[in-house]
Design a binder for this molecule. Structure first.
Ligand SMILES: [Zn+2]
Length: 84
């Protein structure tokens, strides 16, 4: 199993999201997991649920539970949408 598949499984990442990168920064004792949304994925409005166009994405970073002794961070560009 590859590292991206491993982290997708243990983090519960499912389509249309995917783990696009996993990098180990040994000198900082961190694991950085990058999660990305498929470019053709629908983006429903969180208020009304209607599919809505994206106008940009905001980079976000979250601390997750450690991977052994390594601090683990999740990063993603979270899409922002314009609801009609
Ligand atoms: Zn809406």
């Amino acid at each position: 199993m590859h590292d991206r598949d491993l982290y997708a499984t243990i983090l519960g990442i499912r389509a249309p999201w995917q783990v696009s990168d996993v990098s180990l920064k040994a000198t900082e004792s961190t694991v950085e997991v990058t999660v990305a949304l498929a470019t053709d994925a629908a983006t429903p409005c969180p208020q009304c649920g209607r599919p809505s166009p994206r106008y940009d994405a905001k980079p976000r970073r979250w601390r997750h539970l450690d991977t052994c002794q390594f601090k683990t961070f999740i990063t993603a560009d979270v899409p922002r949408i314009e609801c009609a």
